[in-house]
Design a binder for this molecule. Structure first.
Ligand SMILES: NC(=O)c1ccc[n+]([C@@H]2O[C@H](COP(=O)([O-])OP(=O)(O)OC[C@H]3O[C@@H](n4cnc5c(N)ncnc54)[C@H](OP(=O)(O)O)[C@@H]3O)[C@@H](O)[C@H]2O)c1
Length: 216
């Protein structure tokens, strides 16, 4: 991928993994939070090209934006960030509409809509690509798995944006499976539940999806 300013919205483990990965590739990174000061230790450890900011500052800073916020808080975070600050930009949507209120993982949106589609509707000027939601963040960057590079499933309405996110996936060490428009998020968001259920049953969290093809 060519070097860009990356805005990472989200101060949790996923946001930090994105920030470290984009910084490791030489990009300038801002990681966003309602309370950017709480990221001081992280920023100090992450290297000279990582700083923190408010959600609004981070959305303005990023030419490319990665969204890594709590599913139920995402609408509010984008309101705080200012929808106009996303116009024309590629947004990687890694969120999942997870609901653990009953103990078992469920989705709070589906299956006639998805969080990815809601985000694209809220940010009408952005080029939203759902990606990085089907795997744990420990494996985002250069996963070393015995079966070789895993595949990142992605979807979005803008082919040029998906090409850019495909280059990000390649730089992070992933193959790419494009499943179509942003309505494909209805199917990629439940894949996160499959990933979680396998983790619970196996007691291991080092797995990732790969699509295998018969040799031509
Ligand atoms: N865990 C994984 O490995 C993994 C992998 C792929 C995708 N995902 C998805 O990635 C997303 C991020 O996950 P995470 O575990 O890193 O973090 P998280 O705890 O789900 O979300 C943290 C972020 O949400 C914001 N937030 C929480 N409540 C808020 C509220 N009421 N108003 C405004 N902002 C609020 C926090 O803001 P502040 O910074 O201001 O506190 C913070 O930036 C989730 O949608 C998750 O499903 C997770």
């Amino acid at each position: 991928m060519s070097k860009v300013n990356v805005g990472v919205l989200g101060s949790g483990d996923v946001g930090k993994s994105f920030a470290r990965a984009f910084a490791a590739l030489g990009n300038e990174v801002m990681i966003g939070s309602r309370s950017p000061e709480k990221l001081a230790d992280f920023v100090a450890s992450a290297g000279a090209n990582v700083r923190s900011g408010t959600f609004e500052e981070t959305a303005k800073f990023g030419d490319l934006i990665a969204l890594a916020t709590l599913g139920t808080a995402t609408t509010e975070v984008l309101r705080l960030a200012g929808p106009q600050n996303f116009d024309g930009k590629v947004l990687i949507d890694a969120t999942n509409p997870l609901d653990f209120s009953t103990g078992a993982p469920k989705l709070f949106i589906g299956f006639e809509d998805s969080l990815g589609e809601q985000i694209q509707r809220q940010l009408a000027g952005a080029r939203v690509v759902k990606a990085f939601n089907t795997v744990g963040n420990d494996l985002f960057y250069k996963p070393q798995l015995p079966g070789g590079p895993p595949d990142m499933f992605l979807c979005g309405n803008d082919d040029a944006a998906k090409k850019i996110v495909g280059q990000v996936c390649d730089a992070f060490g992933w193959g790419v499976i494009d499943i179509g428009g942003i309505d494909g998020a209805r199917h990629l968001e439940p894949m996160c539940i499959v990933w979680v259920l396998h983790g619970i049953r196996s007691g291991s969290w080092t797995h990732a999806f790969k699509l295998l093809h018969q040799a031509k």
